[in-house]
Design a protein around this ligand. Structure first.
Ligand code: PLP
Length: 425
C-alpha cells in the first residue's frame, strides 16, 4: 500500500458501488455491523413479502392452496429450484429446493455411494463440517462398512487449508465416492471444483460438493464442470431465514437414477395422486424429494432469490472480493502486532466470501465485538470469521468493524470476558 486507507476511502467506495441500493431492501439495525451473513443472512423485505404471500394463500384457500394459491404449493419446490439454477450453473431440472444439507447428503449418499469390489471407501477431508462427516459415517455403517477403515480424510498441511494435489493423490482405486466442500467453512478457502471433478472422473470416482459457503457468494458451473451432485443450505448467503429449506443438484447424466431414499414427493407430479404402491419417480432432481415440502420455511427464499436475479451473481462476487480485500488491507494497516493471523487464502481465485482470523483469545474477542455492536462469528477453537456480504454490507461497515476491533485490542477490553465459547457459537 502506498498511502494510508481512511474512513473517507470507505465512503467514496460506497458512493461508487453500483449495488449499494440493495442495502435498503434489508432490515439492518442502525449503527450495528453485521458480519455473520455466512451463518445466517439478514431478513429482506422481499423475503418477508413472499412469506406473507404463502401465509395469505393458506388463509384464503386452505387445502386449495396446493393448486390455487398465488404461489401454488404443489410446484413451489420446483419453481424455487428453477430460480436457483443460475446461481449454481445448472439446467433447471437439475435443481430442487428441499430438505437440509444433512438430510440431502443422506439422500445423495444413499443414492450415489454404491460400493463395489474393492471400491468401498469414501474420501472427504479432515477440515470438513462435522455434520457432513456424521452423515458419511452413518451411510457407511448402513452399508455394513466401518467408518474407521472406510472413511478416508485428506489431511491439511497447515490446519486451515487443503492442497488439491493431496486430495488427488488420495483418489485411489479403493475410493467409490468423494465429498468435498466448495469453500471450507473455517478458512474460507475456495477449492478448484472443475479440476477435482476432472481428476475424480478420470479415475471412475463419483464426486459431490457441499456449497454451504459458496452459494450466493460466488458463481458456480456445476453442469459444465460435470459435478455429479451437490447440496447446500439457503439460510447463509441466500438469506432465507433460520432453518430455511435447502437445495440439491444432480447432474442430468444421472437422470432417471433411482433415489436411495424414496417418498411420495419423489414421484412424477402427474402420477403422485394415483396413490399407486409402485413409485414412478420424477425424471429430474425432483425425484430426490421425500415428503411434503415445508412451504413456510421455503417461502422467504422466493423473495430473496429475486434480489439475486436483479443484482447478478457475477456482480455480487466482484463486490464481495473487493469488500474482503478492503477488510484485509484495513486490518493489516491497523492491527499489526496484536497476535492475529489471517488464515484465509489471500488470492481472489482461492478465497470465498469471508475472512478468517486466528487468535488465542478469539472466543472473548468475539464477545467484546458483540458488546460493541459488531456481530462476528466464532469457530472453535480460535477462529473469528468476518463476512461482509455484497448485497447489504458497505465499505463503511468494514471500516467500522476493523476500527472497533482495534479499539478492543488497544484497551484489552476482551479481558472482561471469559475465553470460552457460548452454547451456540
Ligand atoms: C451450515 C453447514 C451445514 C449445516 O447443515 P444443516 O443440515 O443445514 O443443518 C452443513 N455443512 C456445512 C459445510 C455447513 O456450512
Amino acid at each position: 500500500m502506498t498511502h494510508a486507507l481512511t474512513l473517507e476511502h470507505a465512503k467514496e467506495m460506497d458512493k461508487q458501488d453500483a449495488l449499494a441500493h440493495f442495502r435498503k431492501e434489508f432490515y439492518i439495525k442502525e449503527n450495528h455491523y453485521y458480519m455473520d451473513g455466512n451463518s445466517l443472512g439478514l431478513l429482506s423485505k422481499r423475503a418477508e413479502e413472499s412469506l406473507l404471500t404463502s401465509l395469505n394463500d393458506w388463509k384464503e384457500h386452505g387445502i386449495d392452496g396446493w393448486m390455487d394459491g398465488q404461489e401454488p404449493w404443489f410446484y413451489y419446490s420446483e419453481k424455487l429450484g428453477d430460480m436457483t439454477a443460475p446461481l449454481v450453473g445448472a439446467e433447471k431440472e437439475e435443481v430442487i429446493v428441499t430438505g437440509s444439507i444433512t438430510t440431502n447428503l443422506h439422500q445423495l449418499l444413499a443414492t450415489f455411494y454404491q460400493p463395489q469390489g474393492k471400491r468401498t471407501r469414501i474420501l472427504a477431508d479432515e477440515l470438513t463440517f462435522p455434520s457432513d462427516i456424521y452423515a458419511v459415517q452413518s451411510q457407511l455403517e448402513l452399508k455394513g462398512y466401518s467408518p474407521e477403515e472406510h472413511l478416508v480424510q485428506v489431511k491439511s498441511r497447515d490446519g486451515f487449508t487443503l492442497h488439491e494435489e493431496d486430495i488427488i493423490h488420495q483418489m485411489t482405486d479403493e475410493i467409490a465416492l468423494i465429498l468435498l466442500p466448495s469453500v471450507l467453512y473455517r478458512s474460507g478457502q475456495l477449492l478448484d471444483i472443475k479440476r477435482l471433478t476432472d481428476e475424480a472422473h478420470k479415475r471412475g470416482i463419483v464426486i459431490g460438493f457441499d456449497l454451504a459457503h459458496s452459494i450466493g457468494a460466488l458463481p458456480h458451473q456445476l453442469h459444465e464442470d460435470g459435478v455429479d451432485f451437490a447440496v447446500w443450505c439457503n439460510y447463509k448467503y441466500l438469506n432465507s431465514g433460520p432453518g430455511g429449506v435447502g437445495g440439491l443438484f444432480v447432474h442430468n447424466r444421472h437422470r432417471g437414477k433411482k433415489p436411495g431414499l424414496s417418498g411420495w414427493f419423489s414421484s412424477r407430479k402427474d402420477a403422485q395422486f394415483d396413490m399407486d404402491h409402485t413409485l414412478t419417480h420424477a425424471d429430474s432432481a425432483g425425484a430426490f424429494q421425500i415428503g411434503t415440502p415445508h412451504i413456510l420455511s421455503s417461502a422467504p427464499l422466493l423473495g430473496s432469490l429475486q434480489l439475486f436475479e436483479e443484482a447478478g451473481i457475477e456482480n455480487l462476487r466482484r463486490k464481495s472480493l473487493s469488500l474482503t480485500k478492503f477488510m484485509m488491507d484495513v486490518f493489516q494497516q491497523e492491527l499489526n502486532g496484536y497476535g492475529f493471523t489471517i488464515c484465509n487464502p489471500l488470492e481472489d481465485e482461492r478465497r470465498g466470501g469471508h475472512i478468517s482470523l486466528q487468535h488465542e483469545e478469539a472466543a472473548r474477542i468475539c464477545k467484546a465485538l458483540k458488546a460493541n455492536r459488531v456481530t462476528p462469528d466464532f469457530r472453535a477453537p480460535n477462529v473469528i470469521r468476518l463476512a461482509p456480504v455484497a448485497l447489504y454490507s458497505s465499505y463503511e461497515d468494514v471500516w467500522e468493524t476493523i476500527y472497533i476491533l482495534k479499539s478492543i485490542m488497544e484497551k484489552e477490553e476482551y479481558k472482561q470476558f471469559e475465553n470460552t465459547r457460548n452454547v451456540v457459537a
